[in-house]
Structure formats: structure tokens, C-alpha cells
Ligand binder design. Structure first.
Ligand code: NAD
Length: 409
């Protein structure tokens, strides 16, 4: 099964309850536009570098297309299509005036110099500038891209359209970005986790966690949970994992990672493997790295009591069935990691108004949107007697199909 098929499977589970006609189902599932461009740059060596870039615009019935740009060797049309569709449901679920999009460039950013990365970004922006823009499609960072890449996009786009900071979000704070954006996804994961635990009459303090991934999302999630008294017993990254049954001191781990650039070698824990981390008997397991982590076999071996999907698409449908059958609740990606796009929305609003908000305002408005969405999902799941993911898709599909009906064909 490929990524888009998996997302469509989750869509169908909820669409069946909504009793959509075949035509409406096709309208909602089919991407609006798919752009594939050749991006040619001069490498530092003087050679020509050929890359392929994608932008898939899935649906814009509720507002401009919105979604990240990924620079990674596995980026392809199918992955962009799947993630673009997820963005449509995510923005609808947290009630933002956006649709969904995703894109990226098939490349390995770790092997590119800063100059090559800048030339690649500028050439890609030049190729897609006529289909993006503040009221058309607003890119943002994802794996392999960061605030600097967004700054280059804004600057390059400005050559065609003039000063337009709202054409992209996730920019550096001192270059029209928003305070709170960098930590927004991890902050949101912590809020969602707190509320999900509250539905089980539990709290973050004293609850045990294992977190896969210690990049932007994983590390901020760990920090916010730890400050609220969480016992984080294992953390991993691409190089390995560390565990401490008594709880890892995240402030000390941060100091180690700042120097070593990986969690491996941390003195405040014992080495372990990524695979062991995913099978640990913890209260909450948080995948915050890649997609496609849980297959059927791994889902059977998971011992966590709850899963919070900080990463996009970590669970294949076959694993989702196992989690459902075993009664392990899965807080789905389109809810768990929506904090990032919520604060991207606040950045866009600030850019359109040429006005800045405080961190307190950003965090309290992010929190209130996520708390509302989480309880809507739990209440819907209880009413319909369906898993949380199906409830989340149900709410989102309802909103998007309503917008199509109101706007007209
Ligand atoms: P990142 O590149 O900053 O971090 C990824 C982390 O995963 C790194 O620590 C990396 O070492 C680790 N990793 C890679 N392969 C691994 C493996 N096999 N086992 C364990 N760890 C591994 O990326 P990020 O921005 O933190 O994004 C992580 C996930 O969250 C992605 O699925 C992304 O789509 C999703 N997401 C990110 C945001 C955001 O605002 N950054 C928003 C929503 C969703």
C-alpha cells in the first residue's frame, strides 16, 4: 500500500458514515492540481544538478491551499499527494480558513552546501511562483526545510509580486515570522496529550512516555511534557535511542544534543534501540519522526496504553486495525500535530495585518483551538462509537463537503 492509498482508506472509513455520493467522494478525494517541475541548478563543483520538485494542491473549498515543503530523498508525487490530503482534513478539523497542499524536492539536504540549498530553493520558487501566493497557496517548513528556506522563498517570491511576507509561513522571527512558531507543533502535542489524558482521568505529571524522534517536534514535545512532570523513559533519533526507567532529565539531554547532535552517548541514560523504544511498556508512546512506522506486526508488539501521533502518517491502516482491536486509543496526526499549522495561520494573519502578536496570545489561542478540537473529536467518537481517527475525519469531511455545497460547483 502506498501513502495516498492509506490516507484515502482513512477518508473512506469516515466517508461511509457520512453517506456521501460517489461524485462527492471523488470530488473530495481527488487533488485539485499537481505540479511537477524540473529544478536545475549549478552545483559548487560547476556541474549541473538536476532535481525534481512537487506541489500538490488538494482542496481549497475553505480557503487558500496550505501545507509544508519537504526536502528529502524519499519525496515523490504519491507522498506529496497523501500529505496534501491530510492537510485538507487537518485545517478543517481545527477550523482554519484554509485548504490543503504539500510539496517538496527530491534531494538530500545534508549533502548540499548552503549556497546549493539557496539556489535550489530560489529556482523552485521561480518555477512555482504563479501557483503559490498569500491568497492562493502558502507553503511552510517540513522535514529538511527550516525558517531560512522560508526566508529565501519570501525573498524570491517578492521579485515577482513585491513585498509579500504572507506568501509563506515559518519564517525567521526577525524576518516577518511569528514568535512561538518553531515550538508550536510540540507545544500543541503536549496540550493534546494533556487533554487526552484528562479524558482518562489522568494527568501528565507521573505519566510515562517514550518519544521517537528528537528533531523539531519530538524535542519541543519532550520539553513541554517534562516541564509538567512527565516521566520520559526513552527518546530516540535517527542514530539510536536512550532509556532511563526513572525518567530522562530533558534539560541535560538538550545540553548533550547541542554538542553531540544526537541523543546517543547521553550519560543520563542507557543505550537502547529504536525498535525497543517502540515496544516499551509506557503509558504514552509518541512517534515524532517519520511516516509509516507501525505495521501489523509492530502494532501487535506495542505495549503502550495510548499513542499520540506527532508525526504525519506513522500508522499504516493494518496497524490501526490492530490498535483498535486491542483497545489502544490513537490520537490521530491531523489532531495531534495541528499546532504547527494553527500558529502558521497566526503568522499569516499578522503578516496580512502588518502587526505582531505576543507569545502569550499565540499560545493561548493555539491552546483554545486544540482543546476545542480534541473534545469535539472525543465527543464525536463516543456518539458514533468509532475510533478517534474516524471521528476526526468525519468532522473534517463534513466541514469541507459543506463548504463545497455552499460555494457551489
Ligand atoms: P525534523 O527533521 O526536525 O526531526 C526528525 C527527527 O526524527 C530527527 O530527530 C531524526 O533524527 C529523527 N529520525 C529520523 N529517522 C528516524 C528513525 N528511523 N528512528 C527514530 N528517529 C528518527 O522533523 P520534524 O519537523 O520534527 O518533523 C517530524 C514529523 O512531524 C514529520 O512527520 C513531520 O511531517 C511532522 N510534522 C512536523 C511539523 C513541524 O512544524 N515541524 C508540523 C506537523 C507535523
Amino acid at each position: 500500500m502506498q501513502a495516498f492509498e492509506a490516507t484515502s482508506h482513512y477518508f473512506d472509513q469516515a466517508a461511509r458514515i457520512l453517506d456521501l455520493t460517489d461524485n462527492i467522494r471523488t470530488l473530495l478525494i481527488t487533488p485539485d492540481r499537481e505540479v511537477r517541475v524540473e529544478v536545475v541548478i549549478e552545483m559548487d563543483s560547476g556541474q549541473i544538478g538536476n532535481f525534481i520538485g512537487y506541489r500538490v494542491q488538494h482542496d481549497n473549498a475553505r480557503g487558500p491551499f496550505k501545507g509544508g515543503l519537504r526536502y528529502h530523498p524519499l519525496v515523490d508525487q504519491d507522498e506529496a499527494r497523501s500529505l496534501a490530503s491530510l492537510m485538507t482534513w487537518k485545517t478543517a478539523l481545527v477550523d482554519l480558513p484554509y485548504g490543503g497542499a504539500k510539496g517538496g524536492i527530491n534531494c538530500d539536504p545534508a549533502k548540499l552546501s548552503r549556497g546549493e540549498l539557496e539556489r535550489l530553493t530560489r529556482r523552485f520558487t521561480e518555477k512555482i511562483h504563479d501557483v503559490i501566493g498569500p491568497l492562493k497557496d502558502i507553503p511552510a517548513p517540513d522535514m529538511g526545510t527550516d525558517a531560512q528556506v522560508m526566508a529565501w522563498i519570501m525573498n524570491e517570491y517578492g521579485k515577482f509580486a513585491g513585498f509579500t511576507p504572507a506568501c509563506v509561513t515559518g519564517k525567521p522571527v526577525e524576518f516577518h515570522g511569528s514568535v512561538g512558531r518553531e515550538a508550536a507543533t510540540g507545544y500543541g502535542v503536549a496540550i493534546v496529550t494533556r487533554e487526552a489524558l484528562a479524558r482518562r482521568k489522568a494527568s501528565i505529571a507521573g505519566t510515562s512516555f517514550a518519544i521517537q524522534g528528537f528533531g523539531n517536534v519530538g524535542s519541543h514535545t519532550a520539553r513541554f511534557l517534562w516541564r509538567q512532570g512527565a516521566k520520559i523513559v526513552a527518546v530516540s533519533d535517527a542514530y539510536g535511542a536512550v532509556t532511563n526507567p526513572g525518567g530522562i532529565d530533558i534539560a541535560e539531554l538538550d545540553k548533550h544534543v547541542a554538542v553531540a547532535r544526537k541523543v546517543v552517548g547521553f550519560k543520563g541514560g542507557e543505550p537502547t534501540t529504536n525498535e525497543q523504544l517502540l515496544k516499551m511498556p509506557v503509558d504514552v508512546l509518541i512517534p515524532a519522526a517519520l511516516g509509516g512506522v507501525f505495521d501489523r506486526e509492530l502494532a501487535r508488539a506495542v505495549q503502550a496504553k495510548m499513542i499520540v501521533e506527532a508525526a504525519n502518517s506513522p500508522t499504516w491502516p493494518e496497524a490501526d486495525e490492530v490498535f483498535n482491536a486491542r483497545g489502544i486509543p490513537v490520537v490521530p496526526d491531523i489532531l495531534a500535530n495541528a499546532g504547527g499549522v494553527i500558529v502558521s495561520y497566526f503568522e499569516w494573519v499578522q503578516n496580512l495585518q502588518y502587526f505582531r502578536w505576543s507569545l502569550e496570545r499565540i499560545q493561548s489561542e493555539e491552546e483554545s483551538r486544540l482543546v476545542t478540537a480534541l473534545h469535539e473529536v472525543y465527543d464525536t467518537a463516543e456518539q458514533l462509537k468509532v475510533p478517534l481517527r474516524t471521528a476526526a475525519f468525519y468532522i473534517a469531511i463534513n466541514r469541507v463537503s459543506r463548504a463545497h455545497a455552499l460555494g457551489g460547483i
